[in-house]
Design a protein around this ligand. Structure first.
Ligand SMILES: NC(=O)c1ccc[n+]([C@@H]2O[C@H](COP(=O)([O-])OP(=O)(O)OC[C@H]3O[C@@H](n4cnc5c(N)ncnc54)[C@H](OP(=O)(O)O)[C@@H]3O)[C@@H](O)[C@H]2O)c1
Length: 265
């Protein structure tokens, strides 16, 4: 009897951590459905992974700020006969301008991308996972979820939402054979800071604070396999979380106000 390989849907697979997850899972025999806006990049990666690992690799180009995208992605998966066993909810970015100066459409797009679409994708794949009594969901949160609040950014609030709801979902779904992990990287070498427009400031941060995406994904996937609801990859990031946790509220506010390396000034 031949067994069908498991399938993983990865959002934000055209770069950085998402593309790294695609390579990591393809090497482990997963079929992939790659999602992001840049179709050319997704097709190049899919061709590379099919050639290297002989795995099926489908592409669906979608803008996740469009509220219609999550349903369209899963309709496509259905049409292709792909049961989504693993969901890597990874697509994301950080806004860079002050809240009050940013057009509402941009802010709404950030919320749609990293809150609503992420939550909807999970909601849409869970029934199938429950039926098959197996599923793995990785939601990309961030070290920012533990950090003091940062002026002007929705990002810390959004990533706190992801951290919190991932744990709640994990509690609800573990009895059904589904593990949910909030992966909370610190500074990671990807295109994130180029998109955010903070590359110069990021480059001035000490090298010890940075990780390669391969290290983040390897530790993240290990946490998933071990059923851990939260993974903070890297020793320096773990120490940072431990140091930030006991901060009294007023001190956290002050630290957020003074230490944020990306604040608009
Ligand atoms: N790098 C870090 O320091 C860091 C730290 C903590 C957490 N994270 C989180 O890790 C995740 C991945 O980020 P990364 O560092 O790998 O950044 P990245 O290299 O910039 O990759 C971001 C990915 O998200 C996709 N994306 C962005 N907007 C999208 C949209 N509207 N619709 C569909 N896809 C979209 C991008 O693809 P297209 O542009 O082709 O659409 C790209 O594939 C994010 O959730 C981020 O918040 C990153």
């Amino acid at each position: 009897m031949t067994t069908v390989p498991r399938s993983a849907l990865i959002s934000g697979a055209s770069a950085g951590i998402g593309a790294t997850f695609a390579r990591h899972l393809a090497a482990r025999g997963y079929q992939l459905l790659l999602v992001a806006r840049r179709a050319d990049r997704l097709h190049d990666l899919a061709a590379q992974l099919t050639e290297q690992h002989k795995v099926r690799c489908e592409v669906f180009a979608a803008d996740l700020t469009d509220p219609a995208s999550p349903a369209a992605i899963l309709r496509y998966a259905d049409e292709q006969g792909l049961n989504i066993d693993v969901l890597i909810n990874n697509a994301g970015l950080s806004g860079k301008t002050a809240f009050a100066d940013t057009p509402w459409d941009s802010l709404a797009g950030e919320i749609q991308l990293m809150v609503t679409a992420q939550t909807e994708l999970a909601h849409r794949v869970i029934p199938g996972m429950k039926e098959r009594r197996w599923g793995r969901i990785v939601n990309l949160s961030s070290l920012a979820a533990f950090a003091p609040p940062a002026a002007s950014l929705l990002y810390t609030g959004i990533k706190s939402y992801v951290l919190n709801t991932s744990q709640a979902l994990d509690m609800e779904l573990k009895p059904h054979g589904i593990h949910v992990t909030a992966l909370c990287p610190g500074f990671t070498h990807t295109e994130f800071h180029d998109v955010m427009g903070t590359r110069d400031k990021a480059n001035r941060l000490p090298g010890i604070l940075w990780q390669q995406p391969e290290a983040v994904v390897a530790e993240g996937w290990k946490a998933v396999q071990n059923g851990k609801p939260v993974c903070v990859p890297g020793l320096v990031n773990k120490i940072s979380v431990a140091a930030m946790k006991p901060l009294p509220i007023r001190l956290a506010y002050l630290a957020g106000k003074t230490l944020n390396p990306f604040k608009n000034s």
